[in-house]
Design a protein around this ligand. Structure first.
Ligand SMILES: Cc1ncc(COP(=O)(O)O)c(C=O)c1O
Length: 391
């Protein structure tokens, strides 16, 4: 492992040699229950046989060609995505990583809006590089809803901070419906007020569903928790169930405008047949096996049980979640408590998301997780909380 370039925060470095649904097996024969689903990606379970089969089947035909060629599977997969979004006569394109899909979605917005600003929430995460990561203040307006709205009881739109948003300069809203950093969900009224303003002045809304999309929050999309309809939707993570494929879908209106513009975007792995075939299969499985509802049901159960544990804990500050996207935030009186808890859970055979310095642990298992694994986690977590509390 000495030759591997690890990034900051990667301190477990297990030798994982096999995976099945929510279980990871290391080279020493130990088993771990993966409540992180490969950074929230393997949402229908590791090693899903039908996904492996489609990879083999498509790879035998064609993996990748280049951006001047087409394969019918790319169109079929686009139709599947447009159908679940109800984007009749829209268009969809495939890339590899979530960051790429957001970059392309934002590039499309900027092409349509010329010099207009994009509005976004301060705490959003849009990827590891590019304009959407930097959210440079020359072209983006940031609104801090956590500071401005958390304790607000006024009618939305009437307070000074909302009124100070310069809507006349703004052409689009880039929305992340559940900040992936620490899982906080912006209030419905705020989101609806912003979207109404933007749409009223013929602007566009992009919903970044890289993490929240395809059932993670117990609904098909994170934006389904709000009374809004976006014009552009970006996908990643769950779309490939661990295989690197992402997508950008645009509605009919944007597709119409783009067709008139000279829009140029090109990269080696745009619209690969293999990625598209995986995406189509994953969505079919989620639909067929009612996995969005599974995420909702299992998420409610897990959240309520964690809340029960939190009630009698002095070290847990807050528990938040929608579907199987759950965060447990700890009090900061003791440094790095969340990190220590994640290590204890690991010793007990459970993997959760956390890195040094992060005040919470995240739990985002596959929607196919077995109840015995959920209950096993709850038992281990409860005992760990008792030990920490008494120290
Ligand atoms: C909301 C959101 N957008 C974009 C990304 C970037 O995706 P990727 O890491 O696949 O590039 C992430 C990754 O965590 C994310 O949570």
């Amino acid at each position: 492992m000495e030759r591997v370039l690890w990034s900051l925060g990667q301190d477990l470095k297990l030798n994982i040699v096999k995976s099945k649904n929510c279980t990871l097996f290391d080279s020493e024969g130990r088993e771990y229950i993966d409540l992180e689903a490969g950074i929230w990606s393997s949402s229908i379970g590791h090693g899903k046989s039908e996904v492996l089969e489609i990879i083999k089947e498509q790879a035998d035909k064609v993996i990748h060609t280049g951006y001047c060629y087409a394969d019918p599977i790319i169109n079929d997969a686009s139709e599947t995505i447009l159908d679940i979004l109800d984007f009749k006569d829209g268009k969809c394109g495939f890339l590899c990583a979530g960051s790429e899909s957001v970059v392309l979605g934002v590039r499309i917005l900027q092409t349509l809006l010329n010099d207009k600003f994009l509005l976004t929430f301060s705490n959003g995460y849009f990827g590891s590089y590019g304009d959407a990561r930097d959210k440079n203040e020359n072209s983006w307006i940031h609104f801090d809803w956590i500071k401005n709205c958390s304790d607000c009881s006024k009618e939305c739109g009437s307070c000074d901070s909302f009124k100070s948003i310069p809507f006349d300069k703004i052409g689009g809203f880039v929305f992340e419906p559940g900040s992936s950093d620490f899982i906080k969900f912006p209030p419905n009224q705020l989101v609806v007020s912003i979207v109404n303003k933007i749409k009223f002045q013929d602007g566009f809304v992009l919903s970044n569903e890289v993490t929240t999309g395809l059932g993670r929050t117990g609904k098909w999309f994170g934006f389904n928790h709000y009374n809004i309809k976006p014009d552009i939707v970006t996908f990643g993570k769950s779309l490939g169930n661990g295989y690197p494929v992402s997508a950008v879908a645009i509605n009919e209106k944007i597709a119409g405008v783009l067709a008139e513009e000279e829009f140029y975007y090109c990269q080696s792995h745009g619209n690969d047949a293999l990625g598209a075939s995986v995406a189509k299969k994953v969505i079919e499985i989620i639909e067929r096996d009612n996995l969005v509802e599974e995420s909702n049901k299992k998420g409610s159960y897990l959240l309520s049980k964690i809340e029960e544990i939190a009630k009698s804990s002095k070290i847990i500050k807050e528990v938040r979640g929608r579907g199987l996207m759950i965060s447990i935030e700890f009090n900061n009186s003791k440094n790095d408590i969340a990190h220590e808890v994640s290590h204890e859970l690991f010793k007990n055979g459970f993997i959760v998301s956390n890195f040094k310095g992060m005040r919470h642990i995240r739990i985002d298992p596959a929607y196919t997780i077995e109840k015995t694994h959920i209950d096993g986690f709850l038992d281990a977590f409860k005992s760990i909380m008792n030990i920490f509390q008494n120290n």
